[in-house]
Design a protein around this ligand. Sequence first.
Ligand code: C5P
Length: 402
Amino acid sequence: MLKGKHIILGITGGIAAYKCATLTRLLVKAGAEVQVIMTPNAKQFIQPLTLSTLSGKPVISEFFTANTGQWNSHVDLGLWADALVIAPATASTIGKMANGVADNMLVTTYLSAKAPVFVAPSMDLDMMRHPSTLRNLELLRSYGNHIIEPTAGELASHLIGKGRMEEPENIVKVLDNFFKVNEDLKDKRVLITAGPTVEKIDPVRYISNFSSGKMGFALAEECASRGAQVTLVAGPVSLKTENAGIRRIDVTTALEMHEAVMNELPDSDAVILCAAVADYRVEHIADKKIKREKTENPVIQLTPNPDIARSVGQSKRPGQVTVGFALETDNENVNAQGKLERKNLNFIVMNSMRDKNAGFQVDTNKVTIFTDKGETIEGECKSKRDVAHDIIDVLHKYLDQQ
Ligand code: C5P
């Protein structure tokens, strides 16, 4: 499971740093690419040369490489990483991470990293049980970091207690398990639509809606981080995709989105229709700007756009799972369930305009899922990424049954 994974191994100044030679060796043996970052104090405990030899990459420690003057970008490193492992993590580094004290390359990279973070503390027993350390570890947990608990035994000080860094073999196991659990969509091909569509009226005006694309992009990131091959058909949005596993097709109009989706459909195991597609387009787009003086009460003739979800529902092959969205202002449940049937979906995710902090533009959402098996799953108000996680859990169950 670690094959091809990009791991940043952050080493800080504790005696357990000597175990990082073995840890690096084991990670490389498991197929990972390892980039070591050392704090200045870590170099007192183990030679960078040992680690650069084992990892096959120069060790990074400073913001600049002294002999070349090359700038080491913590942002690029943070984006490159699939996981950041800080082992051993001293009380000092844990405190800096907890409080955003970015005075070295490692903590700066930590603050930039989007990847999951694993922290393997190592220190003397009294430092380990000091309220400050315990509080800082609690803060790291609250940031979503994974703490690899130290074990009890004889410490470098000859005292006996909790504070020994977990053995390298076990740290590798923790990482391996993490990626195993999180790759539950491995090799699945998921097609997602996101954002609004834009329908031109004339060269300067258009009809559209308030969709920001945030929910669809969160779904794409969630699927990609769980190992899926994602194709994201996006209407005009100002969002970026972060995971390299996402293939993005940018479109503008509903017709373009329809065409892109129908082209990709045969190769997809699952299709999530999250886009807010304009139901109508302008029948005759003016080739010049419509002048106010010329038309007092202008009438724009509209014509229906294809319902992409319906086309997908009609041509879906056995085993393909399709998911729709319904944004409703009233009669929510009945409307959403009607769409579930009409569009031949496996499940539909409904959000109501009546719920605060849900729907267009905002970073949170509150959804109810209706399935074709008659289940209703009510969600809490959560970040769109957490809502995406819950939706993809339901999708995963469907894909598993195919
Ligand atoms: O009918 P309504 O637009 O409310 O249905 C919403 C669902 O249908 C969403 O999943 C949306 O992405 C999809 N849809 C579509 N093409 C349209 C209209 C809606 O795929 N033209």
